[in-house]
Design a protein around this ligand. Structure first.
Ligand SMILES: NC(=O)c1ccc[n+]([C@@H]2O[C@H](COP(=O)([O-])OP(=O)(O)OC[C@H]3O[C@@H](n4cnc5c(N)ncnc54)[C@H](O)[C@@H]3O)[C@@H](O)[C@H]2O)c1
Length: 359
């Protein structure tokens, strides 16, 4: 049996990057055999450009395909939950864009469905991949970095009226949140991926940049489970776009590259506390193999997981953690209190964080 997995891409917006960065550089692992979109022009343009044999406007057609291994969901946020549950129920492996769904109750529903499903589910967090971030991860995981002290995470991006011309954006019902859900979710994931989970969060959210329902500026002060402190800032009103995380550990300070959409790719600043620490890092990384950025590595590692050669690289537990941060932010901002994580079903915003009147 061939190890090449067949894929259907659903949604031709960011689905295009999944194709060009995720599947085309990995043709020894994947073959995209179908594409689905409810916009006929976009669908046919995509199918023609990439010579995909099946183009359909009906998602259910994919569920019925016997020769399809993976359904890759790149539709707008409010569509994800239904398509993920349907694809799992049909026995498919599933990739789904962020945010996986719109509440902690929904993610727990998906986690329960995943447990009894034949297929595996991988949420997208492609910012984790690239040489810079993976080297940092190796240094931290080796123990060389030592005790975590503080971190800052900045998502300073720019969105203007043309971005919000796409009807699902900017609205609670369809985008399910603002800069927290759609943009800084990646940078906050990097923070917890490298320094561990958040245990307490005082946050504020506000809308100041565009005339939209959802928030476009946020700030928080956090304590991590380790006891380290972190501050998070994001806006969609920055004239220069940058993403940046900076970590102070006992033995090393680590700063990401500032590329807004691929901060993990280029080398990160690794500042050791002493020549001895520098030497330990050099030894650790002596045989380092480069890690390709973004979807290229995330999809390749998913393929390994499907063959039983490693864990699913991003999990629903990771996705739950990211939605806890979002939930905590909205609750803290509304109540002006610190929110302690993790959040259980008795939390007031467990079923929804969408403000009354917008659900
Ligand atoms: N990981 C990232 O860096 C990244 C970047 C951009 C967007 N995203 C996420 O990807 C998702 C899509 O965003 P986008 O910017 O590509 O949006 P988009 O509106 O450009 O594209 C979504 C496509 O899905 C199609 N669609 C809508 N409902 C559908 C349905 N029921 N069945 C099939 N197709 C359907 C639309 O016609 C559209 O072509 C969002 O969740 C967004 O947050 C992630």
């Amino acid at each position: 049996m061939s190890d090449i997995k067949t894929v259907a891409i659903v949604g031709c917006g960011i689905g295009r990057s999944h194709m060009t960065e995720g599947y085309l550089p990995n043709t020894d692992r994947f073959k995209v055999v179908a594409v689905c979109d409810i916009n006929e022009e976009r669908l046919n343009g995509f199918a023609d450009e990439f010579e995909i044999p099946l183009a359909t406007m009906n998602f259910d057609d994919l569920l019925a395909m016997d020769d399809l291994d993976i359904i890759d969901i790149c539709t707008p946020p409010m569509v994800h939950r239904g398509q993920v549950l349907a694809a799992l129920a049909a026995g498919k492996n599933v990739v789904c864009e962020k945010p996986l769904c719109g509440s902690l109750a929904e993610i727990d529903e998906i986690i329960a469905a995943e447990k009894s499903a034949k297929g595996k589910l991988m949420p997208i967090f492609q910012y984790r991949y690239g040489d810079g971030i993976q080297r940092a991860k190796a240094i931290i995981e080796s123990g060389i970095a030592g005790k975590p002290y503080v971190a800052t995470a900045e998502t300073l991006w720019k969105r203007t009226a043309d971005y919000y011309a796409v009807p699902w954006r900017g609205k609670w019902k369809t985008e399910l949140g603002g800069v927290l859900m759609t943009h800084s979710i990646h940078i906050h994931d990097i923070l917890t991926y490298l320094m561990g989970p958040i245990a307490g969060l005082f946050g504020r959210v506000t809308t100041r940049v565009n005339p939209i329902e959802v928030e476009d500026c946020i700030s928080a002060s956090c304590v991590l489970k380790s006891g380290a402190l972190a501050s998070l800032t994001a806006t969609l009103g920055s004239q220069e776009e940058t993403s940046r995380v900076r970590f102070a550990f006992e033995n090393v300070t680590i700063e990401s590259d500032h590329d807004p959409y691929s901060p993990g790719a280029k080398p990160w600043r690794i500042i050791p506390a002493s020549p001895e620490i520098e030497a330990k890092i050099a030894t650790l990384l002596a045989d380092w193999q480069p890690v390709a950025p973004r979807f290229t590595s995330q999809m390749a590692r998913f393929h390994d997981a499907l063959l039983g050669k490693g864990p699913v690289p991003v999990t629903t537990a990771d996705s739950r953690q990211s939605l806890e941060i979002v939930t905590a932010f909205y609750h803290s901002s509304e109540t002006h209190t610190e929110v302690l994580l993790p959040l259980a079903p008795d939390h007031p915003k467990y079923r929804s964080w969408i403000p009354a009147g917008f659900a």
